[in-house]
Design a binder for this molecule. Structure first.
Ligand code: ZN
Length: 167
């Protein structure tokens, strides 16, 4: 579930793709995705489900799964190069991995326990550190772009870089 590609591939059985019907293709794919989402209702969380394709250059933390996806495409240069100096890899894919791990400890990560259950596991002191009256002073430098809207992303970037630097 962590890197490269999923253990089980999503089924596209029954999906009709036509060379001359881009709109229809999009509508049929949207309908398939909608039906797949509905089928998940009242079912246990699939801890192995991937939320990105292997071709996607991105990464994601998945609180319900207590996992992360690092698609194959982000495990290539310039983000990761097995022939590169390790310092370079720490600074690129290392900081990305650190970023995603830090999301397990941000305001959203606080809401999900180690089993992925919706259960705030933070102690009152933890909440006060993150959300208390003096928290804005500590996070002021990280709120310059879009304020609180991207605060967790900015914190994750900083945490990822700090962890990569420590490494
Ligand atoms: Zn992030």
């Amino acid at each position: 579930m962590w890197g490269g590609y999923p253990e089980h591939w999503q089924s596209y059985a029954g999906l009709v793709i036509k060379n001359d019907d881009a709109l229809g293709n999009n509508q049929r794919i949207s309908l398939l995705n909608y039906r797949n989402a509905l089928a998940k209702l009242n079912q246990p969380v699939d801890k192995h489900e991937w939320w990105m394709t292997p071709q996607t250059v991105n990464a994601v933390n998945l609180p319900l799964q207590n996992g992360m996806n690092f698609p194959a495409a982000i495990l290539l240069p310039p983000f990761f190069d097995p022939a590169a100096d390790p310092v370079s890899n720490y600074g690129s894919i290392g900081s990305i991995i650190g970023h995603e791990i830090s999301h397990s400890f941000d305001a959203t990560g606080a809401l999900f326990d180690a089993e992925g259950k919706y259960l705030n596991w933070w102690k009152p002191d933890d909440l006060a550190f993150r959300l208390g009256h003096d928290a804005p002073d500590r996070t002021r430098a990280l709120r310059l772009l879009k304020g609180r809207q991207v605060l967790d992303e900015n914190i994750a970037d900083l945490a990822g870089l700090a962890a990569a630097y420590d490494g």
